[in-house]
Design a protein. Sequence first.
Length: 125
Amino acid sequence: MSLGADDRTTVMAFLGLWLDPSGRSLSIERRDPVVRDRSSFDVTVRVTGPDGHGEDFLARLHDGGLVVEAGVVGLGPTYRLTRTADDRLVPEVGMGLYDDFEEDLGVPWAFPLEPYRRAPNGAER
């Protein structure tokens, strides 16, 4: 199954470099130009903290948002990004199957949850 025009537009809207007020950067890049189906596409999401440490994750499109697999696929946790009308990415953490006893839900790098803004042209991670 291939992506429809609306889905391709949604995917393209997420690509690029995003920054949050705490100094984290979020880079969403295409890994593979071939999109295999409606629910997944090969992009790498790299979250880099103010200290320069970064982690790479795979993501999928779901209900118009981007769901980042931040743990074991299917078990969680997930890092969901929703794009707003004013071109921000609002993050939220979806608890994994075994993360209910951890204060940070298994993704300490995700907190504090602050909206990302698209980086100005020429900005570096």
